[in-house]
Design a protein around this ligand. Structure first.
Ligand code: F1P
Length: 341
């Protein structure tokens, strides 16, 4: 079971990133220091698009609005649906470095709009690296699984350390607290999910805002790819405005609350519980009356967003096993989508 092993070994990978960060990030950091980009775009497909979304939200937050960041799907840029501002930095994200739409998106924004291009990948010898002006390759993450798990979190961690270094100068503290939190999450999620009767569950709901919305969307992709189950994702309080009609005894909800409107989000959890749904909170905050996966991240900057994906990966894996599916062989899924041109 490569997927299982790759989900459970993410703390080890984070420790390697800590050791290798300086070497890997040097060219990309140099690009950011040399230029005064007013806008940074992140582009990717599939899971790498939700990675783009989480990183873009976090740039906006950590730079206090000084830099505008936005996430793009590879397709909208590659096929010319969306135009970006002149002279921005576009960072491609891709495990394989070979997703056609992502590679083409980078080429197009450089050619048509004078963008500087960069990338973060796990494939140092890929087309994306070859075609980008700057690159950061996590050359020791060689994911065997078709489903992206540790490649996702390792690219997220690497990128977020850089954001902390540039905007907050607290990268050392950030690295330590993230590694400790991942250890705690991985230990607790195993116990928590073991306690749930997954056979009873046929509907999953993931709720959160901004970076935590990106985590939830990546959770949706994991549950879908591995277990072919039904998942809803919404900004938390939006769940009241219609979607909660679906809640029943087979509904398992993961709340990914933030410190700013935590109490309001807990009211939403109350409502779901009253309708018969089961709730688990993933948060460093003290939970109310609910079951939770709690961990020691205290920075209140949403930079722990990708850690919250890990229990959702684990849920997807366990749900697949419960349904008699093989998570190493997900249905109708290729490791990389390459289009004929
Ligand atoms: C992106 C991606 C994966 C998806 C599938 C196909 O790959 O869409 O997210 O799970 O394996 O490819 P990449 O551009 O990050 O290599």
């Amino acid at each position: 079971m490569v997927t299982k092993q790759e989900i459970l070994s993410q703390t080890e990978i984070f420790k390697n990133i800590k050791e290798e960060y300086r070497r890997i990030i040097k060219p990309l950091k140099g690009a950011l220091e040399k230029n005064d980009f007013k806008e940074i775009g992140f582009v990717g497909c599939g899971s790498s698009y939700y990675l783009a979304m989480g990183l873009a939200y976090n740039v906006n937050r950590l730079s206090d609005g000084k830099i505008k960041a936005k996430a793009y799907t590879g397709s909208e840029l590659a096929f010319g649906l969306t135009k970006i501002r002149e002279n921005s930095l576009m960072i491609g994200l891709s495990r394989s470095g070979e997703s056609t739409e992502t590679v083409n998106a980078l080429e197009k924004v450089k050619r048509d709009q004078g963008a500087t291009t960069a990338c973060i990948t796990c494939s140092p010898h890929s087309s994306m690296v070859e075609k980008s002006d700057y690159s950061a390759s996590i050359d020791f993450v060689n994911e065997q699984s078709i489903v992206m798990t540790q490649s996702f979190t390792s690219m997220a961690f690497l990128g977020t350390i850089l954001l902390h270094e540039i905007f907050k100068n607290d990268q050392l503290e950030y690295i330590e607290t993230t590694i400790n939190s991942s250890e705690s999450i991985i230990e607790k999620m195993q116990k928590k999910i073991e306690q749930i009767n997954l056979k009873r569950m046929d509907h999953f709901v993931f709720l959160g805002y901004d970076e935590y919305f990106a985590s939830s969307m990546e959770g949706l992709v994991k549950i879908t790819e591995m277990s072919l189950s039904e998942v809803d994702v919404f900004p938390t309080l939006e769940y009241r405005h219609g979607p909660k009609a679906k809640v029943h005894k087979g509904t398992l909800t993961f709340m990914l609350p933030n410190h700013i409107i935590f109490n309001e989000e807990m009211k939403m959890a109350d409502e779901i519980a009253k309708l018969g749904g089961e709730i688990i909170i993933i948060s460093p905050e003290k939970e109310k009356d609910f079951s939770s996966i709690k961990y020691p991240y205290k920075k209140n900057d949403f930079s722990d967003w990708f850690l919250r994906v890990i229990p959702l990966q684990w849920l997807g894996y366990n749900m697949a096993i419960t349904k008699g599916l093989d998570p190493d062989k997900p249905k109708n899924l290729d490791k990389v989508v390459q289009l004929e041109e």
